[in-house]
Write a protein that binds this ligand. Structure first.
Ligand SMILES: [Ca+2]
Ligand SMILES: [Ca+2]
Ligand SMILES: [Ca+2]
Length: 444
């Protein structure tokens, strides 16, 4: 490395006119590798370019680039400053949602803007909020408590909502009603409701294209099995899917054992078939629907190594740092830890990046600054910690993460969802929680 190269990083001087074209070229080069790099560090680029024009030869440019990378990335200045550029502005959509528990984003009036559907455990109504006025429209009322989860699914050009009600922690206490809601001619009017199944402790609903056909099915994950009892919840825990229109239960086997709290849908193999990840007392499991139309179940990680029932994981999400995939979980169930798993030599290496959550309940992935490297969002249910957190990888490999607060004291997030709510091509966040409110956080 040239000695002068390191010095250039600490000095910043005005750009020289004859460097403008080269400066733009370097900006593009760096924008290609690190989308924000050229824009985060124009002063350093200017500085180096001016030194180049002061006597360095053009073939020295790679050395300067190398030096700048080493210097900036080595001391983590780049990612920390990049994180500082992430800025969310909060907006309240609704308050008074008793037991705020789940939010889903779907364009219910087909105007191209995702709307928000809000579920409250102790709210016997289901409502959607119209983007971007957030006018409330009632979908259903007089629902059996607890209302716990929902997902929107497109069926023959029509959006339907699959809703789970009559929830409790134990199968002996509940029915677990799965219903399909269909709009009338105007989605702002009350929707029709049809019960399609009863599956005790049904808890999570997601949509997945399991066979790559372009026709999604609805995945329903109960919390535990029929014989499960606290605190161990030892029983096989069912997992099921439903084909829209048919609405008949298809069991997914082999099953999990013990309480299952988290679920994540992703095209794991890049073959256009969505896989299901679950998080529970047994750890993090991967369910794949094979070309032979069979399910396979693979353990990815055991989660928290504490003895049962403090074992395993409670929430799961999948993100990427560039081309490198990582897992992130909250451990254990309703736990205190945010845990990142990175693949090393064919194994998922466990790393706790935060252990200060209380009743950690939602984990999400958002590439807030659009640099191809995902940030992590986490929040806690209950009223002990009413913060919404963002974690940002400080180094290229994701070995170090820094935490910042998106919402300080105003959100006990039970669920967050990521969607571009204002149509500016930057992903935004919406969260609902036991603070009984629904907010969206504008990514500026
Ligand atoms: Ca809409
Ligand atoms: Ca990012
Ligand atoms: Ca946006």
């Amino acid at each position: 490395m040239k000695p002068s190269a390191r010095r250039t990083v600490s000095k910043a001087i005005p750009i020289k006119a004859n460097n403008a074209a080269l400066f733009r070229l370097m900006e593009r080069l760096y924008a290609h590798r690190y989308a924000l790099f050229g824009y985060q560090f124009p002063r350093q680029l200017v500085c180096i370019l001016n030194q180049i024009s002061d006597g360095a030869l053009l073939f020295d440019i790679p050395i300067y680039l190398f030096a700048m990378n080493r210097t900036l990335l080595g001391c983590f200045a780049f990612p920390l400053l990049a994180a500082a550029q992430i800025h969310f502005v909060e907006h309240t959509v609704a308050t008074g949602i008793a037991g705020g528990y789940h939010v889903a984003a779907a364009d219910l009036n087909h105007d191209g803007k995702p709307d928000l559907i809000a579920v409250g455990l102790n709210t016997p109504e289901l409502a959607w909020y119209e983007n971007l006025t957030w006018e409330r429209h009632l979908i259903a009322r007089n629902l059996p408590r607890m209302v716990v989860n929902c997902a929107a699914v497109e069926v023959n050009g029509q959006t339907q909502i699959v809703l789970v009600t009559a929830f409790a922690m134990q199968a002996k206490d509940v029915i677990g009603v799965i219903s399909v809601l269909t709009p009338t001619t105007d989605p702002r009017e009350l929707w029709t409701i049809q019960e399609v199944d009863r599956l005790p402790t049904a808890h999570r609903v997601r949509v997945a294209d399991i066979d790559g056909s372009g026709k999604p099915v609805v995945i329903v994950a109960p919390l535990n099995g029929a014989k499960a009892a606290p605190p161990d919840y030892r029983d096989l825990t069912p997992l099921a899917y439903y084909v829209p229109g048919e609405w008949k239960r298809h069991e997914i086997k082999p099953e999990n054992f013990g309480l299952v709290h988290g679920i994540w849908i992703t095209d794991w193999d890049g073959n256009k078939r969505d896989a299901i990840l679950t998080a529970g007392f047994e750890g993090i499991q991967l369910f794949r629907f094979t070309a032979k139309n069979e399910w396979t179940r693979t353990e990815l990680a055991r989660g928290d190594p504490s003895p049962w029932p403090k074992s395993g994981a409670g929430e799961i999400a999948v993100g990427h740092l560039g081309s490198e995939r990582f897992l992130v979980s909250i451990e254990p169930f309703h736990g205190s830890q945010v845990v990142v798993y990175r693949s090393q030599n064919g194994k998922w290496t466990r790393q706790v990046i935060d252990d200060s959550l209380v009743n950690g309940h939602t984990i999400q992935i958002i590439d807030a600054d659009g640099d191809g490297r995902d940030e992590i969002v986490a929040s806690c249910q209950g009223n002990t910690v009413r913060n919404l957190y963002l974690y940002h990888a400080d180094d290229p490999a994701g070995q170090h993460w820094s935490r910042r607060i998106i919402d300080n004291g105003g959100m006990s997030g039970a669920t967050c969802v990521v969607a571009d709510l204002n149509g500016d091509h930057r992903p935004d966040l919406a969260c609902i929680g036991s603070t009984a409110n629904l907010k969206w956080y504008e990514n500026r």
